[in-house]
Design a binder for this molecule. Sequence first.
Ligand code: SF4
Length: 413
Amino acid sequence: MAAAIEVKGWCPGILRPMQSGDGLIARVRPWGGAIGLTEAKLLADAAQRFGNGHIDLTRRANLQIRGLGEASLNGLQDVVTTLGLVDRDARTEAVRNIMVAPLAGIDPGEAVDVRPLARALESGLATDPALHDLPSKFGFLVDSGGSVSIAGERADIALRAVGQAIALGLDAQSGTMWIGRTSPDAAVKVALAAARAFLDVRRDRRRLRDLDEQDLVGLRSTLAATLDGIDGDMSATSDRPLGVISLGINRFAVGVAAAFGRLEAHQLRNFATMAEEAGAADIRLAPWRSLYVEARDIVAARQLVESARDIGLIVEDTDPVLRIDACPGAPACRSSSVDTRHDARRFAALVFKGNVHVSGCAKGCARSTPADLVLVGIQGGEQGSYKVIRNGTTRDTPERTIAAEDAGAVFDV
Ligand code: SF4
């Protein structure tokens, strides 16, 4: 396949990779939020062969293969195409930003198996050329209403099972606003109508939450008129369990995470092999940079957890590394003067309250929501230093600047 290299882009795809400090990066978007075990192993092999073996789990529940060269990109594209993981063109690929509840179809608390709905949404986005004008950061989520919920994540348009209905949520500055509910059969049509309505009023806005208040209110009321009302509490759980997860009587799943979302190719290959031995059919990806699989029984689940720990994956949701979001930083990213992940590992060993965002620059790729403590690498004059921000995002006003080697001092110790 011919390589079409885009040097700068907002969200890299397989067909439109993006240049970074360690080479080209290409994002693989699993269909329906899951990838087959054979596909995962072959993808790991391809990441090793054509890239530098680093694979990122992204906050949109995708896999990102790093360190590709212009000469090796075609090889990766051929493998991904053979595996059926690529869209027909770059524009179709760019809009297929859909997060799916990681235990969809097996979560005992779920109201509806939303996997067919997610696939219908993928298909709807692919087949309507008008929707290919959606900005590449515009995204959707599909939640099953189960115990491991993604409804608290931010996406421009959210579909969430509530009882036997599907609620529609629109992203606003304050978070998701749930504006009404409809039947599972009508949900995709409503979500796509919401996306078209955004295109009608967006001007140069990239996200629904960035619309002018007047446009957002108008869009909400137009859509709400086509929906039934919502009763009850729509607040979302924030459970992100790792390790062995009970799915009810004699059914189990296993969740694992990678530090800062960075998997090595051998870890993905080995985890897929071990998951197969545990009886799993596929690997599901969660937006909190974690992987989930179903296991045959409790013995297989426990064995898988121990094996995952042995290959360096995180299997406990209390692991302090999970409280830190850190982008690749230097040297992988040219926009950074600080080695964010090296520093983040130092910080994880410190005692601190709350969550931390260590960002190589103000773009804040690793986290868009506020964190209790934010360290932002400085580009330009004070290279090798961080701006320190509390209770905010990378774009808020810093309270001070501190050299990277001294940054541990800003933690509560
Ligand atoms: S936040 Fe900045 S330094 Fe970090 S990966 Fe994004 S662009 Fe690079």
